[in-house]
Design a protein around this ligand. Structure first.
Ligand SMILES: NC(=O)c1ccc[n+]([C@@H]2O[C@H](COP(=O)([O-])OP(=O)(O)OC[C@H]3O[C@@H](n4cnc5c(N)ncnc54)[C@H](OP(=O)(O)O)[C@@H]3O)[C@@H](O)[C@H]2O)c1
Length: 208
């Protein structure tokens, strides 16, 4: 699949690594062209300009939430594009959320780009887990919660998640990003605040 990763930081580089390994056609669009080129070169992907970035079938938004709308605006029309929103609207100390309850980062981004098909996913996966892989041993596989209002777009994002080794859990409509973003907040608290480290991931148990 043609996929553009927007952002070349912790999450962006993890996506480029895993998506290339899985055989996808991966483009990298960064604010800092040199940094994007370096990440692309490291994993055999291509750093691209805005036009080429927007031409991919799927765009993975791997910027901070505050940079999300400007980063997408720079790419021109996103009509019909699948945009995977992995952001968490975190406070400066990473221990809280700046929005929630009545909206979410994903819904705010969707409002800004009404023609795009926004799917919330991967926001509960730590960058280290993304980079190192979803296999946690003993049959445990890290899940990606996938929320969105476009069934086909959700299916595509779920397939991408599975292609790089994750389970995909259908988490309902985009509005449920209001649950997924606080879930990531709890994960961050457990990882950093409570000292469990970043080799953890939230999942859902089902009695056998
Ligand atoms: N880190 C995690 O474990 C984790 C887990 C789940 C979700 N998330 C979410 O994933 C997102 C990225 O997190 P991160 O840890 O990867 O952050 P990061 O390392 O700071 O990377 C953010 C990247 O976005 C780029 N960027 C900013 N504005 C841009 C623009 N206009 N166009 C293109 N690229 C732009 C930055 O470019 P520069 O290099 O020029 O600054 C940087 O490369 C955040 O929303 C975060 O909440 C993170």
């Amino acid at each position: 699949m043609n996929i553009t990763v927007i952002g070349s930081g912790n999450m962006g580089s993890g996506f480029v690594k895993q998506l290339k390994k899985a055989g996808h056609d991966v483009r990298v669009a960064g604010r800092d062209a040199e940094k994007a080129r370096k990440v692309a070169a490291q994993f055999g992907a291509r750093a691209v300009d805005a036009e080429e970035a927007a031409a991919a079938d799927v765009l993975i938004l791997a910027t901070g939430y505050a940079d999300a709308v400007p980063a997408l605006e720079a790419l021109g029309s996103l009509q019909g594009k699948i945009v995977v929103d992995i952001t968490n609207p975190l406070t400066a100390d990473y221990m809280g959320l700046t929005i929630g309850h009545t909206t979410s980062a994903a819904e705010e981004i969707a409002k800004a780009f009404p023609g795009a098909r926004i799917v919330k996913a991967f926001n509960t996966v730590f960058a280290q887990v993304l980079a190192e892989g979803a296999d946690f041993g003993k049959g445990q596989v890290v899940p990606v919660f996938v929320a969105g209002d476009d069934a086909q777009a959700k299916q595509t994002v779920s397939e991408i998640a599975r292609s790089i080794g994750f389970d995909a859990i259908d988490a309902g409509p985009l509005k449920n990003a209001r649950y997924l973003e606080p879930l990531a907040g709890l994960n961050i608290y457990l990882g950093y605040g409570a000292g469990l480290g970043t080799n953890i991931a939230p999942t859902w148990l089902r009695k056998a």
